[in-house]
Design a protein around this ligand. Sequence first.
Ligand code: MN
Length: 133
Amino acid sequence: MEVQPKQPSIKGPADMFTGDVWFDVLAKGEEPSRLRVNAVHFAPGARTAWHTHAAGQTLHVTEGVGLVQSRGGDVVVMKPGDTVYTPPGEWHWHGAAPDHFMTHLAMWEAVGEGQGPETTWGEHISAEEYGTR
Ligand code: MN
């Protein structure tokens, strides 16, 4: 076994996120494992852009109040203890509510070589889509 010391937090890049988002990599499996676990911290109003995960994704809220939406669906509130599963290829976004911080664990799998990107990114979430205009 190996104790892995906490690594520095990483700022979420502006081409994938709106607002202040920081993540901590908790697990990054080495082959043959494809495990990926990040703790993602969103400031109030911060959110991902639209995106899909090749192998799906499970979110588990640990703090605050969050929002999540799949393309064509309603914006859904998520709270600590809630777990949200998004199947492979489904367009969605997730983030904090306008007036609350939110932290979730994000759990997904990398994909094998030649199977394309594990996450595909699209447009940012407008204020209208987010619900603040
Ligand atoms: Mn996602």
